[in-house]
Ligand binder design. Structure first.
Ligand code: HEM
Length: 127
């Protein structure tokens, strides 16, 4: 019987996550719109926490032990547009992994459930 693999396993498991996160933040920090958010961040710790968070969110056998995600972001005043740009960089970073396009979207969907805890209401322009 074939076992359905988690997205965590499809990406390559614990061996692959640190380099995915490294590549991902490489893209984020090259983006002039997103870079300023990270000016005061401890990137070593942030990447370590993101490996944990992402691994757990994608079905890996990992427990996220960082700050609650809302508390980690509420002071940053992140707009929905900033959030979407951030996840687009993750989508782009996933192209180096053997995932189907649908699986790449599935990764983003798994994170989108947390968007309300990351985005600050009232920052985006009201149409
Ligand atoms: C899918 C979306 C996101 C996820 C899963 C995520 C995840 C995380 C995690 C796990 C941490 C570490 C918390 C800790 O230190 O314990 C963190 C911190 C941080 N995140 Fe995010 N994040 C997301 C979106 C964003 C966006 C869109 C921005 C900015 C545009 C951002 C900026 C930051 C910054 C600056 C920190 C460091 C805060 C500090 O050290 O005070 N994040 N994030």
């Amino acid at each position: 019987m074939t076992q359905v693999q988690s997205l965590f396993e499809r990406i390559g498991g614990a061996d692959a996550m640190p380099s995915l996160v490294e590549q991902f933040y490489g893209r984020v920090l090259k983006d002039p719109e997103l870079k300023p958010f990270f000016a005061d961040a401890n990137m070593e710790k942030l990447k370590r926490m993101q490996v944990e968070f992402l691994s757990a969110a994608l079905g890996g056998p990992v427990h996220y032990e960082g700050s609650p995600i809302r508390r980690a972001h509420s002071h940053l005043k992140i707009s929905l547009a900033n959030y979407q740009r951030f996840t687009q960089h993750l989508f782009a970073a996933l192209a180096d992994y053997k995932l189907s396009e649908q699986e790449c979207y599935d990764v983003i969907f798994r994170l989108d459930v947390h968007a309300n805890d990351i985005v600050t209401k009232g920052v985006d322009p009201v149409p």
